[in-house]
Design a protein around this ligand. Sequence first.
Ligand code: FCB
Length: 445
Amino acid sequence: MDAMPAIPEDFLIGAATAAYQIEGGVDEDGRGPSIWDVFCREPGRIHGGDTGDVAADHYHRYADDVREMQALGLDAYRFSIAWPRLYPNGDSRLNERGLDFYQRLAESLLDAGIRPFATLFHWDLPAALQERGGWANRDTALRFADYAHTVFRRLGSLIPHFITLNEPGTYTLMGHVLGEHAPGLQSLETAVAVSHHLLLGHGFAVQAFRAENLPGAQIGLTNVLSPVRPKTGAAADRAAAARVDAVSNRWFLEPVLHRRYPDLLREAGVDRVVQPGDFAIVSQPIDFLGVNYYRSTIASASPSDPLLGASMEEPGQTRTAMGWGVDPDGLHQLLLDLHAEAPNLPVYITENGAAYPDVLTGRDVHDANRVAFLREHLEAALAARAAGADVRGWFVWSLLDNFEWAFGYSKRFGVLYVDYPTQARIWKDSARWLQSVCQRRRTEG
Ligand code: FCB
């Protein structure tokens, strides 16, 4: 703590969640099924057969959760809006009760002095749209724009920051190449179409946002970024690192920032789905870039690897419960590199955190490993800011333990421990640490 630099006044401290991971209430108030409801019911997809049916019951407990955030002293909260609550059938019929929930949530946050950041797509596509091809169908980008437009029109005066998509890269790859996430497909050709239509949907949504002319409101896109270094200076390793970088980072950044796809994607056939004028839509100016950071990558040439001819390792002295290497320097470097690439684009770290095997003893969870992780990464972000990177905030993933996709409830990322049988929220040591950061910043400010 002592070593931590002062937190600038305009640097927000927040926490993040996503609808399917915390809400539960999947059949309530007219919500339609999402692709995750469907995927969770397929045998063998999710660890322990877990589902998001109840999750952290946030749909019913949101007011208490906002009180917890207020007690933590958070400046901001990033949540996602479940598209299937608003458009249960994936068509143009709006479910007002779905909209009401997010209105109540946003109002409670504002009453508590917490700034809402809303993500419009954190992977829970209405199942009805998947039946029509999902994001592989260009029409889904238009459906997304309509949904986004409704949100801007109806909630835009309450929500100052919108994020169109969360990690389109993870959605594309995990859901359509590796088949480990919904919708569980394994087709590179489909994935390439999905990726382009996601970015197109993002661009259409930004256009809809600008058309609403919301005073003071901002919009951006969140990518997960992982700096990639070659294992050695050998040409083959450097080429392998460039391929990994193209897939992990450049694929979803270059079209937005520079109106082009990396060569590797063009080789994979992306031009087949790009129509004239698309890049102008995809590269609509954004107000900020959201960056999710968890780990960095070291790549080396591995000719036997069928997909990229590369093998990957993660640097870091220690590992999280996900097996991810802990590398705060990677975040520092990433922020400086982004600043060099796009000097006028403010950045929010929209997710950063770690799973550890938390043990509840009485009313305590002593998660010293998570405290160290969070502190080191926040320090890295602040150091990058001091070195000139325009970093405007940092959101811990996550506020609450939650449904960690294919890992079900087996991985805990929260600063608040969720005792699932009772749904009690219990402050981990990391929550107390976060509170002390927020408090210190207030007294300094
Ligand atoms: C990110 C996701 C988020 C969560 C964290 C651990 O990739 O955006 O929903 O699962 O990883």
